[in-house]
Design a protein around this ligand. Structure first.
Ligand code: GTP
Length: 374
């Protein structure tokens, strides 16, 4: 069986951390998000995965290579043929156009999986496949109940679980709180609905049409599920994964811990991390490879990418700190901050809520309002 993972979006809502890597490589409990998806597909018996790539395609290709977890990996780039100019262009094809672009690589079996690459779930994809095979429709989409349907595609279901209407990001009166979970199974006929060499949104252009034709089936999943689109989602995804005990790679106690260091569950700490004495780490913290934490540091609800240094008496709350960042002593980083790779934050600086620092910036003064430092 084959699967296509959509992994070519720009991830603009996660700037500036996503300026230097695709969001699919962001770590959840210190493992790349996409690797968790690949692991799950391998467990479901998938043999070949096609990655639809565009933004920073080379980073994904170099990191993941040609096989993973016993599956063959292939790449489909969003190269579009300009209609007027007949020239190849490197524009993003959108969620529909990139499915069409991969058509030749997905021919073989009647049905295949398509997954949004920015979803974290422990759902059993095979259950959705079984449901699809019982229902003779062109497409099945997994649905998940959410509190705020306005940020998702929302469906109105018939009693048969066929989708009556599909509305992308409804601004008012959503027909239900059942949202598109970004996990689909398509039959080969799907390719007849998507134009070639053209940008197309599967959510806005194809699903509403399939619903009208009674060819779209909905399957509710009740498992752990989160869409990792915004910084707060990423921190929440890390917490849910840790709390659910899904992070099999954790061996925090192997890290070098100073005297009186307190580790509050749940955390993921790479074994080569160092934490100085009297520091308090957790709950919901991931410390990546080779992270160095000084004395009396307090970190909670945060994700720290590899090779970052956090000096003595610093506090970090609800923030994401990129790779190889240097944070001085007595720095205070408040909720919602995003610090790009290689940034340098000098001693005694306070960053108030929602400050974003671009990669390699040097910050020597307090920033007390939500701002992006470019
Ligand atoms: P934002 O820029 O923050 O909205 O993120 P995004 O561009 O990743 O968009 P979105 O979260 O809606 O995308 C859902 C999934 O589809 C993600 O895994 C994206 O990487 C992927 N995706 C979105 N647009 C494209 C595209 O044009 N081409 C390809 N190949 N994948 C895409």
């Amino acid at each position: 069986m084959k699967a296509l993972i959509l992994a070519g979006g720009f991830g603009t809502r996660l700037h500036p951390i996503s300026c230097t890597r695709p969001k699919h490589l962001f770590p959840i409990a210190n493992k790349p998000l996409i690797d968790l998806t690949l692991e799950r597909l391998a467990k479901c018996g998938v043999k070949e995965v096609v990655l639809a790539v565009n933004f920073m395609a080379h980073i994904l290709e170099n990191t993941l290579g040609e096989s993973r977890h016993g599956m063959t990996l292939r790449y489909s780039r969003d190269v579009a043929l300009g209609r007027e100019t007949k020239q190849l262009s490197q524009g993003a094809l959108g969620t529909g156009g990139s499915v069409k672009q991969a058509e030749k690589l997905l021919r073989e079996k009647k049905s295949f999986f398509v997954l949004n690459g920015d979803i974290l779930t422990n759902s059993d994809y095979m259950k959705i496949m079984e449901e699809h095979q019982n229902n003779e429709k062109i497409a099945t989409i997994a649905l998940h109940r959410v509190k705020d349907p306005s940020r998702y595609g929302v469906v109105e279901l018939k009693e048969t679980n066929c989708i009556e209407r599909f509305i992308e990001k409804p601004s008012e009166n959503p027909p239900s709180n059942l949202a598109n979970a970004g996990i689909y199974i398509f039959n080969q006929e799907i390719f007849n609905y998507i134009p070639a060499n053209k940008r197309c949104s599967i959510e806005r252009e194809i699903f509403p049409k399939l619903a009208e034709e009674d060819e779209l089936f909905g399957h509710e999943i009740k498992d752990l599920w989160i869409d990792v689109g915004k910084p707060a989602d990423f921190i929440k995804a890390n917490r849910l994964w840790l709390e659910a005990g899904m992070a099999s790679n954790i061996n925090s106690m192997k890290a070098r811990l100073g005297k009186n260091t307190e580790i509050k569950d749940s955390v993921a700490i790479e074994e080569d991390a160092t934490i100085g004495q009297n520091s308090i780490i957790g709950p919901n913290v991931s410390l990546g490879k080779d992270v160095f934490v000084g004395y009396e540091v307090r970190i909670k609800d945060s994700i720290i990418f590899p090779h970052t240094i956090i000096s003595d008496f610093t506090t970090i709350n609800g923030s994401i700190i990129g790779e190889s960042v240097s944070i001085g002593k007595k720095v205070k980083i408040e909720r919602g901050c995003l610090i790009g790779d290689y940034a340098l934050i000098h001693d005694n600086v306070t960053l108030a809520q929602n400050v974003k620092i671009c990669p390699s910036k040097k910050i020597s003064e307090d920033i007390l309002k939500p701002t992006s430092i470019m």
